[in-house]
Design a protein around this ligand. Structure first.
Ligand SMILES: Nc1ncnc2c1ncn2[C@@H]1O[C@H](COP(=O)(O)OP(=O)(O)OP(=O)(O)O)[C@@H](O)[C@H]1O
Length: 373
């Protein structure tokens, strides 16, 4: 073993044994008979940025509110920094929170809004003033400290809300759809700012969002939820490339989905009379009904498809020019695929509506899941 190996192994051992900063164990939440969260477990490392992603009503906000103590869980345990906080009221917990609707005090100036939580003996006036000045700088609003919320744009108001949440130096920053009310450009800009700020401060952060691009763009890991269940927890690349369930494959990123059946030859599936090699089907029982997914950027066209197993001519039925790529709808009988290709390639292979192009899917790029999932 080299010195580097020893060092790496030591690091891995330390990471594996390090207690999580936030430890959520078998959390459940019921509203009457309605089960909003079921058996949710998650370990968040110190300094990590985690997003809760899922469709409307899946339980993301309920989970965030349980962590904050705003709506305590029915069952399960939550530990923060080794302390069992499950039964603690919000005021006894250590977090800052930002909501979608800025929730600023309209009759307080920007500076007073930020100072709002800085009370008690630990915060003499001088320290408050210094902390407010520091945060105004941090969120780029030093010149606006005397303004009132109504005199600020939506993005600026959300920066004030962020500064207010961070002011008491909480161990945990909770963001509940913080960007949803903003327009697309401000939204993109602010999400990058939030991430940069979070990295700089090293504050453990959880963000609720239903926008997958947002979650992919800023998170260390994403927790994907559906109907109160955790579907997968993984890095953006893991949830995109190796989704754990059919739900994750269809919810995260674009894909063409089709029903298929596992064939007798190992690693092959068939759909609408077409046989395709699919590595993921290897080891699955002959005759198993599956749901398959293919990402549009994985479809090979023209010369790139030549000689690939399963390559077949497909009819171009529709073409959308999107700037850097074109989105192409392909069809062969009832089998339909969506493909993304650079405009140059589209021109080179003549993939125009009405034309046929040779198309293929690399066998390792077909994601398959048992049909009843
Ligand atoms: N106080 C409540 N009483 C009854 N049901 C509730 C309550 N709060 C939430 N629910 C239900 O729990 C489920 C999860 O709600 P939650 O707000 O966590 O969803 P979400 O994933 O955050 O959705 P959205 O993105 O729309 O905010 C929903 O079906 C919702 O109707």
């Amino acid at each position: 073993m080299t010195a580097l190996d020893t060092l790496l192994q030591g690091g891995i051992r330390r990471a594996a044994t390090q207690a999580p900063y936030l430890d959520i164990v078998a959390l459940g939440k019921q509203f009457g008979t309605f089960v909003a969260l079921k058996d949710v477990s998650l370990r968040v490392r110190e300094g990590e940025f985690i997003s809760f992603l899922g469709p409307s009503g899946c339980g993301k906000t309920t989970l965030l509110r349980a962590i904050a103590g705003l709506d305590p869980a029915t069952t399960g345990v939550i530990r923060q920094a080794g302390r069992d906080i499950t039964g603690l009221p919000p005021a006894a917990r250590d977090f800052g929170i930002v909501f979608q609707s800025y929730a600023l005090f309209p009759n307080f100036s920007v500076a007073d809004n930020i100072a709002y939580g800085l009370r008690g003996p630990a915060w003499p006036a001088k320290r408050v003033a210094a902390r407010v000045a520091e945060l105004l700088d941090l969120v780029g609003l030093a010149e606006h400290s005397k303004r009132y919320p109504a005199q600020l744009s939506g993005g600026q108001q959300q920066r004030v809300a962020l500064a207010r949440a961070l002011a008491p130096e909480p161990g945990l920053l909770l963001l509940d759809e913080p960007l949803s009310a903003l327009d697309a450009i401000v939204r993109l800009h602010l999400r990058q700012e939030i991430r940069a700020l979070q990295r700089r401060l090293g504050v453990t952060t959880i963000m609720v969002t239903h926008d997958q691009e947002e979650a992919m763009g800023v998170s260390d890991r994403i927790l994907v939820m559906s109907r109160g269940h955790v579907q997968q927890v993984g890095t953006p690349e893991e949830v995109y490339r190796t989704p754990a369930t059919a739900f994750v494959a269809s919810f995260v990123g674009r894909s063409s989905a089709f029903d298929a059946v596992v064939q007798a030859a190992p690693g092959t599936i068939s759909t609408h009379g077409i046989t395709l090699p699919a590595e993921a089907a290897q080891g699955m029982l002959y005759g198993t009904a599956i749901r398959a997914f293919v990402r549009p950027e994985d479809v090979r066209l023209g010369p790139a498809a030549e000689g690939m197993p399963g390559a077949l001519p497909m009819l171009v039925t529709h073409l959308e020019y999107l700037g850097p790529t074109c989105r192409i709808a392909l069809e062969r009988g009832a089998f339909r695929l969506e493909a993304d290709a650079a405009p140059d390639l589209v021109r080179a292979v003549g993939a125009l509506p009405g034309a046929e192009v040779l198309s293929a899917i690399p066998p390792d790029r077909i994601m398959v899941f048992p049909g009843d999932e």
